[in-house]
Design a protein around this ligand. Sequence first.
Ligand code: XMP
Length: 509
Amino acid sequence: RVVILDFGSQYGHLIARRVRELGVYSEVLPHNAPLAQILRHRPRGVILSGGPASVYEPGAPQCDPGLWHAGVPVLGICYGMQLMVHQLGGRVARAEEREYGPATLEVEEPGRLLAGLGPRLDVWMSHGDRVETLPPGFTVLARTAASPFAAVEGGGGRWLGVQFHPEVGHTPRGREILANFLYGVCGCRGGWTMAGFVEEAVPALRRQLEGARALCALSGGVDSTVAAVLVHRAIGPRLACVFVDTGLLRAGEVEEVQESLVGLGIELRVVDARDRFLAALDGIADPEAKRKAVGETFIRVFEEEARQLAEELGPIPFLVQGTTYPDVIESGGGAAATIKSHHNVGGLPPDLAFRLVEPLRYLFKDEVREVGRRLGLPEAVVQRQPFPGPGLAIRMAGPVTAERLERLRACDRIVREEIRRAGLEGRLWQAFAVLTGTPTVGVMGDRRTYGEAVAVRAVTSGDGMTADWARLPHEVLDRIARRLANEVEGVNRVVYDITSKPPATIEWE
Ligand code: XMP
């Protein structure tokens, strides 16, 4: 396996992904992880990610300098390469010409990193600083017009640096460069798959949980279900599962969740907390405030339930969560900027009496699905579309009321029914309705109506980090629009959201 040190790159998560796609398990650690922590993972190699800082500025993120004497090959990407050069005695300075976008790499001496790739490569650059002088013992492998040190090698071939980003799609042969590092330099064998993940995760969980009980809050989504099944596989009935009915769920969801879990031998305690969530959300219109209100109420309800369970069963020191890597990144848990506070990461109080167990923390959604399949979960569960923790509360502009929740649930059911009927479900990341809060004028049966515009959102995505609006067939959109306006009280206009992410997000709030 390899360890990736995260310096806050926008592309940091992509490195982890590419490495795993090459069949090598990767763990992402914060850039300042002490050497002992890095070595505990027994890495065959370490990759330093890019990042927004400048190495010569005071307070710039560093890695443990002991890394250079640990006998482990290191690949520095962009900032990671600059840091390598800086820490080993070379010089980095602001570039006169910042280099963003495509560039042509001229290979001078391929070494092991650029072996078999030919003399010229298209690469993607994104940097404002550049290496001015190399540390002793380093040589140049390749240059671009603006960067004389675009790929370098030192330490007898153990230390490698690239100024460009091999992990992005715009570096078409980046995959081969990463493969050269992993297989050629680090001696990794590849072949790691999600089956390997399950094989490693189950005994690791058993060790982590030390014979104690754990509690899992199931939301019915893929993430928490897979996390629960994985932990159930490790500790069996010592895992207790609770499902909080927030009243912010989709139509029929509570029943569906219960059914799918019974089939897996997992018992579920359903807590009806609908009124408490409504009360907590009363009068709140701001999206982040809604998220907070839901998150805090959730934790409180859950803690009460946990206390009761502990009285019945004995102490429960561990809490299982289905946190995945995109949650971690978007909540600022990695070093990248905070975009939305996902309540399953941001809302936990610091005095929480549980120790967290997050077995999916470094996986992407499609990887979580694959793990689910390996665990024998039915396809209906594995393919379930993601649903945000704050639920329908963040799919309506303005305050949440029981009446608006009913309206949105009715709209959502229609959207999902029509998508399913058209056989499109498996091809979409998500498809749902949003109450826009925009009052609009309509006409029905010769009478003026004053209702609310509903938006339909359907997106395709690989991991939820980026997304494109789905080119739904016009007939499907037509059926959805007709049904929404005809069947749902108070809806007199339907719009289709045609923005991608970025610049929009998938959810409206
Ligand atoms: P955005 O709207 O940030 O959503 O593009 C990306 C993915 O994350 C889901 N999402 C959430 N999931 N708690 C969650 O558990 C949240 O607060 C939350 N907000 C968004 C969203 O449904 C999409 O799949």
